[in-house]
Ligand binder design. Structure first.
Ligand code: TPP
Length: 548
């Protein structure tokens, strides 16, 4: 066998921890896909459209640490852009590889298919620039520098990268050189000193400090460093919905979810009454803060984000998040004396024969969760209700509240479950979102994986109805027979379907799911059109006001 550029790319992905690559075939990537399918350390997961593949690679990366996808030039890669942009916004490292026309065809500026018919070959690569943190055009000569460079950048910045791989280059022979490419991180010692000094001074004066933890903690896997900081300084923590899972909800220093004015009264009072808010890896977005309704003073906040420190007097760019946290852990001398109340979720509820409401659905769902679960919650009532649940130990909560592209979680579920087949994956999603990426279900059936999918059938776009146009025709979709979908997508008896209208039926479905862990479960959950979790009712008012 001749060792080629394609082999090298797969080996580098494999070294970074990728063992499954998602995508869709096309003539500009087929021979590279042969290399993937023949490779002992890489599995090809074919998808039925590229958007779904990009979501799957993102989901896989959120559980596995990094993901990859291969699509074809133009038509394929452009269809991934929504997913890649989401990965950029939410800091998920995905290596997006485009199989492209040969260098020969490109040099001759031929009018080949999947181009705009103008003889240009760089239009699409340019489009990836704002949504990836690095890009590479692979040649036989630069492959051994460029491939490791962009993969390492994806890992370092926790953001997607784009690789343009002309299909002739993929097949070119390569003699692996005996040298390592390693990115050199700048020296941040001066900036770190300034940061530590500023945080120390502010802590010395603080009477009620609090940590707001956000999504970067998940992306950079900084949980332990953050928890150590909270424990050693005895500073309580809240987290944003954009970042749920950042702080263990079973920890005694955890006081609850913070969502601005929509937070639980106790949490709101504590955070809004704080004189030093340490924003660690968090972004105070509109949806995470219910329309920027935080009640604390921005001057009382210190931002410690990846490559951004801002104490309201000085801002510095460059320090990686983990370096900041390590410096704080090693150098800050402080012990908080203010008392706080550990988060206590509402008590258990008993199921009745009443029809399900959104509030009771999430209360009961919370009782179904168990340690280690991966829970995905789709933008819509599922996310807003989902983030109010108390997460058991070692569970992971996945949503996409910053980018907010509906259909994301169904696509992502394929990747999260394939990243670790031993973890129980639970998806909470609405009918409107299912209709965007529904073909993923077919791929899940083909891959023989066993996630649990709860689809709320509330006859359309409830979250949009809450914001504007309660009865508007544009918030209506064709109601499908959702529970029949697995059969349509080829399932025989691999998927157990359930239909639930009351609390008791939901709880009965939980028992059946628990009794049949070796099956995929698809549960259609009927809910009133205009019912929504309490917090969403408030957030939607804020969204409506923002658009006025
Ligand atoms: N298109 C994309 C790709 N992303 C979006 N966020 C939207 C449109 C706007 N949008 C946000 S939520 C939503 C729409 C259309 C409706 C979601 O409906 P559904 O999944 O049924 O959830 P529900 O609120 O009814 O539970």
């Amino acid at each position: 066998m001749t060792y080629t550029v394609g082999h090298f790319l797969i080996d580098e992905l494999s070294k970074a921890g990728v063992d499954k690559t998602f995508g869709v075939p096309g003539d500009f990537n087929l021979t590279f896909l042969d290399t993937i399918t023949e490779h002992p350390d890489m599995e090809w997961i074919g998808n039925t459209n590229e958007l779904n593949a990009s979501y799957a690679a993102d989901g896989y990366a959120r559980v596995n640490g990094i993901g990859a996808l291969v699509t074809t030039f133009g038509v394929g890669e452009l269809s991934t852009m929504n997913g890649i942009a989401g990965a950029y916004a939410e800091r998920v490292p995905v290596v997006a590889i485009t199989g492209a026309p040969t260098t020969n065809v490109e040099n001759q500026k031929k009018y080949v298919h999947h181009t705009l018919g103008e003889g240009r070959y760089d239009d699409f690569r340019k489009m990836f620039k704002p949504i990836t943190c690095a890009q590479a055009y692979i040649t036989q000569v630069n492959a051994q520098e460029e491939i490791p460079r962009v993969i390492q950048l994806a890992m370092r910045e926790k953001r997607p990268v784009h690789i343009h791989l002309p299909i002739d280059v993929a097949a070119m022979p390569l003699t692996p050189a005996n040298h390592q490419v390693s990115l050199i991180e700048a020296d941040h010692s001066d900036a770190l000193d300034k940061m530590v000094q500023s945080v120390q001074e502010r802590l010395n004066q603080a009477k009620q400090p609090v940590i707001i933890a956000g999504h970067e903690i998940n992306s950079f896997r900084a949980h332990e460093a953050l928890q150590t900081f909270s424990e050693e300084k005895h500073i309580p923590a809240v987290q944003l919905s954009l970042g749920k899972s950042a702080f263990a909800e079973t920890h005694e220093n955890y006081i609850g979810m913070y969502a601005g004015a929509v937070s639980e009264e106790r949490v709101k009072n504590y955070v809004d009454g704080s004189d030093l808010v340490l924003n660690i890896g968090a972004k105070l977005t509109d949806s995470a803060t219910s329309g920027f309704s935080y009640g604390f003073n921005e001057a009382d906040m210190i931002v410690i984000n990846h490559r951004l420190f801002d104490d309201h007097e000085n801002a510095m760019e460059g320090i990686p998040l983990l370096e900041s946290l390590n410096a704080l852990n090693q150098q800050i001398d402080f012990r908080n004396e203010a008392s706080f109340e550990t988060y206590r979720p509402a008590g258990r509820i008993e199921a009745s024969d009443k029809e399900l409401t959104q509030n009771n659905y999430f209360n009961l769902m919370n009782q179904f969760l168990r340690p280690g679960d991966v829970i995905l919650a789709e933008q819509g009532t599922s996310f807003f209700g989902g983030y109010t649940m108390k997460l058991p130990a070692n569970s992971q909560f996945i949503g996409q509240p910053l980018w907010g592209s509906i259909g994301y979680t169904l696509g992502a579920l394929l990747g999260t479950q394939l990243a670790d087949k031993n973890r129980r994956n639970i998806l909470l999603i609405g009918d409107g979102s299912v209709q965007l990426t529904v073909q993923s279900l077919s791929t899940m059936i083909r891959e023989n994986i066993k996630p649990i999918i709860f689809c709320i059938n509330n006859d359309g776009y409830t979250v949009e109805r809450m914001i504007h146009g309660e009865d508007a025709s544009y918030n209506t979709i064709k109601m499908w027979h959702y529970r029949d979908l697995p059969r349509v997508f080829g399932a025989e008896d691999e998927v157990v379907t359930h239909f639930v209208e009351t609390e008791q039926q939901l709880v009965d479905a939980f028992s059946q799911i628990t009794n049949q862990p070796d099956k995929m479960h698809f549960i259609e959950v009927m809910m009133r059109v205009l019912d929504a979790p309490d917090n969403l009712k408030e957030v939607s008012k804020a969204f409506a006001a923002q658009n006025e």
